[in-house]
Ligand binder design. Structure first.
Ligand SMILES: [Zn+2]
Length: 233
């Protein structure tokens, strides 16, 4: 029972051939580069927070380690994050197409996040670097009310024959998202279908409201022009 290392080697060879074939056809086959061995998988605030959040879900526990080593072994290609969807090609015993569908962040949850962050997000760079006050970062990464998807909001769809809800290919792709967020943290907002600039706008609005107070003598002035910001939305 089970595969021998000879079987593995044969599968590996076939997979490499298939990758070469696809490249010849003009498909990109961009490898997700992840550090091998025991080096930290993610280096930035958002990448690490994403992985920590995944690992908190006991429901996923069994498959995550295999997924992580798949990613470290360089088996995840063409990873893309779009609104509500993550997709990639994963090299298992064949090449599998993996799609992960993520529900949009519920509007009331997002509005609460915007409300709670009011006045604190002065810079998009700091937000994306995770360099805001601890209190605010806790609001954004809260397991219950923050930006990360919960298991009930995630649906896995992989072309492999694995009967499990979360196969090792999908697990590898989930970790790949952490690596990609290291480079492009704004993709977390894209994935959850919310506009991160709403966090900023609110900060500007509140600053403006403070300045305008009843004694400011600015009532009725054209504030958009005054502050160079769009106050309409
Ligand atoms: Zn799979």
């Amino acid at each position: 029972m089970g595969w021998t290392s000879e079987d593995d080697a044969e599968h590996e060879q076939q997979v490499q051939k298939e990758i070469a074939r696809r490249q010849q056809r003009g498909e990109p086959m961009d490898l997700v580069k992840a550090p091998a061995g025991s080096k930290k998988l993610c280096k930035t605030f958002w990448g690490q927070a994403w992985c920590r959040n995944l690992e908190a879900y006991q429901h996923y526990e069994a498959r995550l380690p295999r997924g992580r080593s798949y990613l470290r072994q360089g088996k995840v290609y063409n990873l893309e994050i779009q609104a509500g969807e993550i997709s990639a090609t994963v090299a298992g015993s064949r090449l599998y197409e993996t799609r992960i569908l993520i529900q949009p962040l519920p509007q009331d949850q997002w509005q609460e996040i915007v409300h709670q962050s009011g006045g604190q997000v002065a810079s998009m760079l700091d937000l994306l670097a995770g360099k805001l006050g601890d209190g605010l970062m806790r609001v954004l990464t809260d397991p219950e009310h923050g930006l990360f998807p919960k298991p009930k909001e995630i649906r896995f769809d992989c072309t492999c024959p694995d009967y499990a809800d979360l196969c090792k290919h999908s697990a590898a792709v989930l970790y790949g998202v952490g690596v990609l967020l290291d480079q492009k943290p704004e993709l977390l907002f894209t994935l959850r279908q919310v506009d991160q600039t709403e966090l900023l706008r609110r900060a500007s609005q509140e600053a403006a409201a403070d300045l305008i107070g009843p004694d400011s003598g600015l009532e009725g002035a054209d504030l958009s022009a005054l502050f160079g910001i769009d106050l309409k939305s």
